[in-house]
Write a protein that binds this ligand. Structure first.
Ligand code: IMP
Ligand code: MG
Length: 175
């Protein structure tokens, strides 16, 4: 099997959208204290660009989630492999993810942060695959909405490859 890549969002379009998101997010929170949580690993490049596109000063923190799926039952167990370090109680929290796809992992994280007493919870994602959602999670600040395709680059991987690419591509398996 070989694979081919097709450019779908170039670096310039990403930079423009990140500037818009940074402005929208800053305007939304204003002077309210904000914790931005980067969901590792996929969001690391997006997150670094986004915080630098914001005139307001957020606190930053990082989580990493792993899902252990029994593929056949569609029941997934999601765990933190790295938890946050900052307390979120009574703080506005913005989760920054690479992709919200089925929504299972984002829902897990939002539920945990809600139980810990976050004052408000919102989600920003570089890519919102909203048509594929299986649970009720909405992306408050979506970068790009995609309906199909497996995407890589700008932090997104396939089997830990392609994260370094400065743009977003679809990855096609040519069998
Ligand atoms: P969800 O729990 O199905 O929403 O899973 C979302 C996670 O799966 C994302 O945060 C990504 O890490 C990964 N993922 C989903 N779709 C893609 C894709 O097209 N490319 C790379 N990773 C993806
Ligand atoms: Mg992810």
């Amino acid at each position: 099997m070989t694979t081919s890549m097709q450019l779908i969002i170039d670096a310039e379009a990403i930079a423009k959208r990140v500037r818009e998101l940074g402005a929208n997010i800053s305007e939304h929170y204003g002077d309210e204290p904000l914790i931005m949580v980067c969901v590792l690993k996929g969001a690391f490049i997006f997150f670094a660009d986004l915080v630098r596109a914001m005139p307001i000063e957020p606190e930053v923190d990082f989580v990493r989630l792993a899902s252990y799926g029994a593929q056949t039952s569609r029941k997934e167990r999601i765990l933190f492999t790295k938890d946050m370090e900052l307390p979120v109680q009574d703080k506005h929290v913005l989760v920054v993810d690479d992709i919200v796809d089925t929504g299972h992992s984002a829902l897990y994280l939002l539920n945990v942060l809600r139980m810990r007493g976050a004052k408000s919870l919102r989600v920003c994602a570089l890519i919102d695959k909203r048509e594929r959602r299986e649970v009720d999670v909405s992306v408050d600040f979506p970068g790009f909405v995609l309906s199909e395709g497996f995407v890589i680059g700008y932090g997104l991987d396939y089997a830990e490859r392609y994260r370094h690419l400065p743009a977003v591509y679809t990855l096609n398996a040519d069998v």
